[in-house]
Design a binder for this molecule. Structure first.
Ligand code: NAD
Ligand code: UDP
Length: 336
């Protein structure tokens, strides 16, 4: 039996694939390479000594997905595939709704057709919207402020409705906080197209000389130093949460949402200072206006992951920054 990993050549997916292969699982990856490269497969093989099966396909392509399930004995799916840039989602919302929502519906239809009803889904803390105060708890009301967030929320609704309609489904929706860092080998890591939107890729590209300076979006929030606070989590800890989730599917009747964060908040300036300290490289920055849609503070209550999955984050901020820097300095142009 194999695990199907959609989006398995991407940032989080490739780290999950490493941990799954190390744990002895058989892995089949489906990815359309819209935001990744097969070079990550070479690196995964280098790290683990194993090459996962890779199928270049789009999850929206029903015939292609059917042939994946026909040709491979799939026991469960970890569904990472999706478009993820918030700003871009406001410019091309139809592409986001089609790719993320329609793509997930196609995947679920094919899973149902082949009686594979075990799923771990990549959700996001963005489903908590802007009206809840941190620490964010799974029972809080959800909402979304942009098309990307809407897709995650819509998919969660679809998953809850599906599981309600047929108790054979076992679904865990993992709500990620802010994944950063890279595999400690420095061989795989985050490789954004164009100018990065997220803080850590931006900071590391400034440090490596690809970008001139960081814009710190707002220094007048009600936080420790006025800059935005987020719950950063090491991508390897996040990857390991997926292994725990796959095991925990056997005790899920229906669908359950679980936060994956550390429970700690770190400000933008704390990140910048820690990055300088660990890399020994300056990170020039300027204070800029607040980014529309940003909120001051976001961090998780991470107890459910501990209780239900037996998982907790083991890597601290120093590990996250050290591993980000190792990846970025060894691969200044990503996988190229
Ligand atoms: P990523 O872009 O590196 O990986 C996503 C992968 O999915 C890419 O390899 C891409 O080529 C593939 N893909 C996209 N659409 C596809 C389609 N229609 N068919 C097949 N493959 C497709 O992103 P990531 O950071 O690894 O994120 C993985 C998942 O986690 C996404 O669903 C994302 O929304 C979610 N998530 C990410 C973050 C984050 O900060 N990185 C936070 C919360 C949730
Ligand atoms: N941020 C910043 N400059 C950047 C990118 C991000 O100051 O170039 C800030 C942003 O305002 C937020 C934090 O860094 O307070 C994390 O932003 P990111 O986009 O990485 O994650 P998200 O806001 O989606 O949680």
């Amino acid at each position: 039996m194999s695990l199907l990993i959609t989006g398995g050549t991407g940032y989080i997916g490739s780290h999950a694939v490493v941990e799954l292969l190390n744990a002895g699982d058989d892995v089949v990856i489906v990815d359309n390479l819209s935001n990744s490269s097969t070079k990550s497969l070479d690196r995964v093989e280098h790290i683990t000594g194993k090459r996962p099966i890779f199928i270049k396909a789009d999850i929206c392509d029903k015939a292609a997905m059917e042939s994946v399930f026909r040709e491979h004995d799939i026991s469960a799916v970890i569904h990472f595939a999706g478009l993820k840039a918030v700003g871009e989602s406001t410019q091309i919302p139809l592409s986001y709704y089609h790719n993320n929502v329609t793509g997930t519906i196609v995947l679920l239809e094919v899973m149902k057709q082949f009686s594979v009803k075990n799923l771990v889904f990549s959700s996001s803390a963005t489903v908590y919207g802007e009206n809840n105060l941190s620490p964010l708890i799974e029972t809080m009301p959800t909402s979304a402020t942009n098309p990307y967030g809407q897709t995650k929320l819509m998919i969660e609704h679809i998953l809850f409705d599906l599981a309600k309609s047929d108790p054979q489904w076992s679904i865990i929706s993992l709500r990620y906080f802010n994944p950063i860092g890279a595999h400690h080998s420095g061989l795989i890591g985050e490789n954004p197209n164009g100018i990065p939107n997220n803080l850590l890729p931006f900071v590391s590209q400034v440090a490596v000389g690809r970008l001139q300076q960081l814009s710190v979006f707002g220094d007048d929030y009600d936080t420790i130093d006025g800059t935005g606070v987020r719950d950063y989590i090491h991508v390897v800890d996040l990857a390991l949460a997926h292994l725990k989730a796959v095991t925990a599917l056997s005790k899920v009747d229906g669908c359950i949402a679980i936060n994956v964060g550390t429970g700690n908040g770190t400000s933008v300036l704390q990140i910048v200072n820690k990055f300088k300290e660990i890399s020994g490289v300056d990170v020039p920055y300027q204070i800029s206006p607040r980014r529309p849609g940003d909120i001051a503070t976001v961090f998780a209550k991470a107890d459910l992951a501990n209780e239900f999955l037996g998982w907790q984050a083991e890597r601290n901020l120093d590990d996250m920054i050290r591993d980000t820097w190792r990846w970025q300095s060894q691969n200044p142009n990503g996988f190229e």
